[in-house]
Design a protein around this ligand. Structure first.
Ligand code: IMP
Length: 447
């Protein structure tokens, strides 16, 4: 599974679970070695928090590399951009003293319009309340409806269209022809979201504020590559939420694993030689959908509190479970990860024992294969290995040797099961609270 890597490889950072694995911190940590940090999927549904010098930055659309002034921050064509949110984020970062002058956005990225957000909320509500069907539990950021519009084509607004008034108005009008009846029926209060003139004025004002940032980002990426510079692709959401390979239908609407990089950015797949998969030392999930190792007891509550497991985007409490190695190996294979970063290990300190799910029982039969299908996963019984816990506080540890022996055993068990080396271990939220495992693949290139 480990592809050969060399110093000139571009790199991807992808989540291997259901999101919130701590990708933002790792991207920020790796960023100085790269010319540009590139988002290729998702939208403002992603929530990356990075803590630098005790200060917490919450990022949704802006790539996490923005906190490193030497990098371009590129929002690629595969992202769905809510300009309102992007501008808010840029203003907030600027107020906090962050230089955002190198943030650019693809003219071909699609725009999340107010009617997409209204439709997202209305669909969820209608499914659950009126039809009694289990909703996806989306973030309400309009992600699904915006990607659906992209595939519909004739009524979609792209970021570049914000600078073309005639074309823009036509697209909004086309969209409203279909949205209006739906929203009048399911979201009668959302009158602004179906007001053509108001929407047009709003979109024009976004274009005015964003015009210097709108560009053909694919050309920019190819120019970097032609000059021998390396790129870092930052996956949003995560592998088990991938629209094709995740726990469908309880997924997001983009290719959130590394397979989405070529289409979502415009660079060939073989540019990315190093794929860093991020996994928590336990499992979390927000929204609906199967989660075989879910803990609904006091252990789950304790992990939630210790890990501050509340959504960055929505504030929702996250569902908690023991680490699912069956799912982790599936994700590692799918992405072709060359190394794993294990995050939030400190959260597991203090438990008498720690469980690892090593197989599933389905209809009385054991399997170590993950089936990315919600119906099958609902009936899975997890089979666990139980390891002794570690008491000591590990937030000050900066080397493998300074970790308690039981924590090291846990790390080795994960590596052996998945078949991929763990190159870094997170022991706290700060950039500094990271153990670099120097002997493992890829770790030597990190500052
Ligand atoms: P959507 O992406 O807002 O449509 O939400 C679809 C599902 O993906 C919901 O269960 C969300 O909670 C989940 N989701 C989307 N983005 C993230 C993320 O960045 N972290 C965790 N869960 C996410």
């Amino acid at each position: 599974m480990n592809t050969p890597q060399n110093e000139s490889d571009s790199l991807a950072v992808v989540g291997l679970q259901w999101g919130d694995e701590g990708k933002g911190k790792i991207v920020d940590l790796l960023a100085p070695d790269f010319a540009a940090i590139v988002r290729y999927n998702g939208g403002a549904n992603a929530g990356h928090s990075v803590v630098v010098g005790g200060k917490r930055f919450a990022l949704h659309l802006v790539p996490s590399g923005v906190l490193r002034p030497s990098c371009d921050s590129i929002i690629g064509n595969g992202v769905v951009v809510d300009p309102e949110q992007l501008l808010k984020e840029l203003d907030g970062l600027t107020e906090q003293g962050i230089d955002c002058s190198r943030v650019v956005v693809s003219s071909r990225a699609h725009v999340v319009m107010p009617y997409h957000k209204a439709e997202d909320a209305a669909r969820e509500k209608a499914l659950a309340e009126s039809l009694g069907i289990k909703a996806v539990g989306t973030t309400g950021r309009g992600i699904g409806p915006a990607y659906a519009e992209k595939v519909q084509r004739s009524s979609a607004v792209r970021v570049g269209d914000l600078l073309r008034p005639d074309w823009l108005r036509e697209r909004i009008r086309a969209a409203l022809a279909f949205k209006r009846p739906v929203l009048e029926r399911w979201a009668p209060d959302e009158t602004d979201a179906i007001d053509e003139d108001k929407l047009f004025e709003l979109a024009i004002s976004w274009g005015e504020r964003l015009k210097d940032r709108i560009t053909d980002t694919t050309i920019l990426l190819h120019d970097h590559l032609d000059s021998g510079r390396r790129l870092l692709f930052e996956g949003a959401n995560a592998t088990l939420l991938d629209v094709d390979h995740g726990t469908y239908p309880f997924v997001t609407s983009s290719n959130a694993c590394a397979l989405g990089i070529p289409s979502g950015s415009g660079v060939p797949a073989d540019v990315v030689g190093r794929i860093v998969g991020i996994a928590k030392a336990y499992q979390t999930r927000v929204g609906a959908g199967p989660m075989p190792t879910e803990l609904t007891d006091s252990i789950g509550d304790a992990i939630r509190e210790r890990g501050r497991e509340f959504g960055t985007t929505t504030g929702r409490p996250r569902r908690i479970g023991w680490l699912d190695l069956v799912a982790l190996r599936y994700s590692a294979r799918l992405n072709g990860v060359t190394e794993i970063v294990l995050t939030l290990l400190d959260v597991l300190a203090g438990f008498d024992e720690i469980k690892l799910c090593t197989a599933y029982e389905i209809d009385g039969k054991q399997t170590t294969h993950f089936t990315p299908d919600a119906c099958t996963l609902e009936s899975v019984k997890p089979i666990y290995d139980t390891l002794p816990g570690f008491d000591d506080e590990i937030t000050e540890a900066r080397s493998m040797e300074s970790l308690p022996a039981n924590a090291r055993t846990l790390i080795e068990r994960i590596e052996n099961y998945v078949g991929v080396p763990i190159s870094m271990v997170g022991v706290g939220p700060d950039r500094e609270q990271t153990i670099m495992v120097q002997s493992r693949a890829g770790a030597g290139t990190v500052d």
